[in-house]
Ligand binder design. Structure first.
Ligand SMILES: [Zn+2]
Length: 560
C-alpha cells in the first residue's frame, strides 16, 4: 500500500497512528508547510512561501515548498487549515492550490487576505471555508480546536489537533501580548483547558527562543513611538511589515497625536489596509492619504508609511532612498524609522537602503537606537508559560534555524517536557502510539516561481550565479588550427571586476604562458581538454594571488 522510491516515501496511508511531517518550516524562518495524518487521512497546516534574497538565491524573488508528496496522496487529503495571514503561512496557497484542489479553512481576516490574492491569480475562491475564531470543527478523523493567540497580525490561531491516538498543539506564530491593540486577546482560558485534557506533543514556534524575558506589548511600543515622533522635526517616513495592523493603527494614532497627516506608500500596505476594512478592523482611524496627495503638506506635518522594511529593492522605501520614487522624495534632516527587525539574510539589502539615506543626511532610526519595535514571537518567559499550561510529553520545535530549535527544546526540558525531537524538513514522523519513530523521508525542498511557472530550483545553477556575482567571470576564446597552433591572440573578456588593471596584467601573463603550455602538451590526445584544464588552474592561481578571488572561468577553443 505504501510506495517507496529512491529512499523517498512516495505514497503513505496513515494507519491507527498520528503522523507529523514538516515539509517546510524547520531549520529556517519561512515556507511553513506541515502535514498531519491519522486513520487514512491527511490535513495540511499552513502553506507559505519564503522570499529569495540577493545573497542566497540571486534573481529569485519567491520560493515555494515542494508539494509532491501531498499531490501523490491527495485522494486522502481533507484540506488545508491556515493559522494566520502572514506570507510565510499562506503565500503558497494560490500558487499550489491548482495542484492540490482541496478545501482551505481560515478565520475571517486570513480569508479576506487570501480572497484578494486568489483574485490576482484569477482563481475562484469557492474552496475557501471561513471558520470562526475560537471555534471547534471536525475534519474526518481530526477534531480541531481553534484557539486565539496574539502575534503581529490580527487573528493568529493555535490549533489543538485531536485524534483517537492523542492531541497535538500546533502553536502557529504567537506571543503573549496583554494589550494587542487590534484583534482579540490571547484566549488563555481555552489554551489552559486544552492543556488540562492531556497533550501528547506541541509543535512550537522557536523564533525568539534565544531571547530572554518577554517580547513586550504593542501598547508600550505605541507610547514610545509617540514620544519619538513628537521630538522629531521635518518629514518622517516609517516602515514596518504591511500585515502588522496594530502597528498601522499605531502609526495613524501617532500622526494624530503629533499633528501630522499619514499616507500609505506601497501596494502591499493598501492590500492589507483594505483587507482590514473588509473584516471590520481599523474602522476608528482617519483614512490614510494616497502617496500622490501628501507632498503638498508642510514638512512638519508629513508622516509617510512605507513598504520596504527588509530593503526589498522594488518597495517604496528603496525607491525613495535611491531617488527613484515617482511621487515621494526625502531631504537632509528628514527622518526614517525602521519599526521592524532585520530578518536573517536581509542584512545587506537593508544596509544598502540605510546607507543611501545617510549619504543624503537623512536620519535613520532603528531598534538598536530607540524602542521602535516589538517582536511578534515568544521570548523565553512566554515559552515557559506555554509549556506549563500545556504540559506536553513531546516538544517538536519548528519556525527557526537549528540553534533556535535547540534552545527551544532546552527551555521545554527545563519545564518538565520529557522528549524533544528536532526534525528536518521532509522527515515523516510517527508520533504515537508507542515511541516516536521516523519512518523515512518524503519529497521536500524548494521550488521557484519564474513568472507564472513553478520550477524546481537548480541548486547547482544558483551556486554558479552566486559565484559569478561575487567572484566575476573570465571568458577566454582560443582560435587554433588542426596542428594545435594558435592562429591569433586569445580573446579575453571579463565581468564583475572593478579594476581593469588586473585583467590587463593577467592578459599579459597568459600570453607569455600559452605557447609553452601548448608545447608542453605536445601532440597528446585530448589536447583541448588538457589545455582548458591548464589555463583554468593558471587563471585561478593568478586571481587567488592577485585579488583573493575565484572567478568562474570559461574557455572556448575554436578549431579551424
Ligand atoms: Zn507570522
Amino acid at each position: 500500500m505504501n510506495k517507496q522510491n529512491n529512499n523517498l516515501i512516495e505514497t503513505y496511508v496513515p494507519q491507527n497512528e498520528i503522523i507529523f511531517s514538516p515539509i517546510g518550516g524547520v531549520g529556517q524562518i519561512g515556507m511553513n508547510f506541515y502535514l498531519y495524518g491519522t486513520q487514512g487521512k491527511w490535513v495540511i497546516v499552513d502553506l507559505g512561501i519564503t522570499f529569495g534574497n540577493a545573497e542566497e538565491t540571486p534573481g529569485i524573488d519567491i520560493i515555494l515548498p515542494n508539494p509532491e508528496f501531498v499531490k501523490k496522496n491527495k485522494k486522502n487529503l481533507l484540506g488545508i487549515v491556515i493559522t494566520h495571514a502572514h506570507e510565510d503561512h499562506i503565500g503558497a496557497v494560490g500558487h499550489l492550490w491548482p495542484q492540490l484542489q482541496c478545501p482551505v479553512f481560515a478565520t475571517p481576516f486570513a480569508s479576506a487576505v487570501l480572497r484578494r490574492k486568489l483574485k490576482e491569480l484569477k482563481i475562484k475562491p469557492k474552496f475557501l471555508k471561513t471558520i470562526g475564531l475560537d471555534s471547534n470543527f471536525k475534519l474526518g478523523p481530526f477534531a480541531i480546536d481553534v484557539i486565539s493567540t496574539t502575534h503581529s497580525i490580527p487573528e493568529p490561531n493555535a490549533l489543538g489537533i485531536n485524534t483517537k491516538f492523542g492531541s497535538i498543539l500546533h502553536t502557529g506564530d504567537w506571543k503573549i501580548d496583554p494589550k494587542p491593540l487590534v484583534g482579540k486577546n490571547f484566549n488563555q482560558e481555552k489554551m489552559k483547558s486544552f492543556g488540562k485534557k492531556g497533550v501528547l506533543a506541541i509543535v512550537s514556534d522557536s523564533t525568539n527562543s534565544n531571547v530572554e524575558g518577554h517580547s513586550g506589548s504593542e501598547e508600550k511600543l505605541r507610547e514610545s513611538l509617540i514620544k519619538i515622533i513628537k521630538k522629531t522635526s521635518n518629514r518622517i517616513a516609517i516602515t514596518s511589515f504591511s500585515s502588522n495592523l496594530a502597528r498601522l493603527e499605531t502609526f495613524a494614532h501617532i500622526a494624530k497625536e503629533s499633528g501630522r497627516v499619514a499616507a500609505l506608500c506601497g501596494r502591499s500596505l493598501w492590500t492589507m489596509y483594505k483587507a482590514a476594512m473588509d473584516t471590520g478592523y481599523l474602522k476608528n482611524i482617519k483614512p490614510f492619504l494616497d502617496e500622490r496627495e501628501i507632498m503638498i503638506y508642510p514638512k512638519d506635518q508629513v508622516l509617510l508609511i512605507c513598504t520596504g522594511s527588509q530593503g526589498e529593492p522594488r518597495a517604496a522605501l528603496s525607491r525613495i532612498a535611491s531617488d527613484n520614487h515617482q511621487n515621494i522624495f526625502l531631504e537632509a534632516n528628514d527622518t526614517v524609522i525602521f519599526s521592524s527587525k532585520v530578518i536573517p539574510g536581509n542584512e545587506r539589502a537593508i544596509t544598502k537602503v540605510q546607507n543611501e539615506l545617510k549619504e543624503k543626511n537623512i536620519n535613520v532610526v532603528t531598534e538598536s537606537d530607540e524602542f521602535v519595535h516589538v517582536s511578534g514571537h515568544p521570548h523565553v518567559e512566554e515559552l515557559k508559560k506555554m509549556y506549563n499550561w500545556i504540559k506536553p510529553e513531546i516538544v517538536i520545535p519548528v519556525h527557526g534555524e537549528y540553534h533556535m530549535l535547540k534552545s527551544n527544546v532546552e527551555i521545554a526540558r527545563k519545564c518538565g517536557v520529557k522528549k524533544g525531537l528536532i526534525l528536518k524538513n521532509g522527515l515523516l514522523l510517527k508520533v504515537a502510539p508507542g515511541e516516536p519513530k521516523v519512518l523515512g523521508s518524503i519529497a521536500s525542498g524548494r521550488l521557484m516561481l519564474d513568472g507564472k511557472r513553478i520550477i524546481p530550483i537548480n541548486e547547482e545553477a544558483i551556486k554558479n550565479r552566486k559565484k559569478m556575482l561575487y567572484n566575476g567571470t573570465i571568458l577566454i576564446s582560443l582560435l587554433m588550427n588542426k596542428t594545435n597552433k594558435l592562429i591569433s591572440k586569445p580573446v579575453i573578456s571579463s565581468k564583475g571586476f572593478f579594476n581593469n588593471e588586473n585583467i590587463k596584467i593577467y592578459e599579459k601573463n597568459l600570453l607569455s604562458n600559452i605557447n609553452p603550455f601548448i608545447k608542453e602538451l605536445g601532440n597528446k590526445n585530448f589536447i583541448d581538454d588538457l589545455l582548458k584544464e591548464k589555463i583554468k588552474s593558471f587563471t585561478h592561481r593568478f586571481f587567488r594571488k592577485a585579488l583573493d578571488m575565484k572567478p568562474v572561468v570559461q574557455i572556448h577553443i575554436i578549431k579551424t
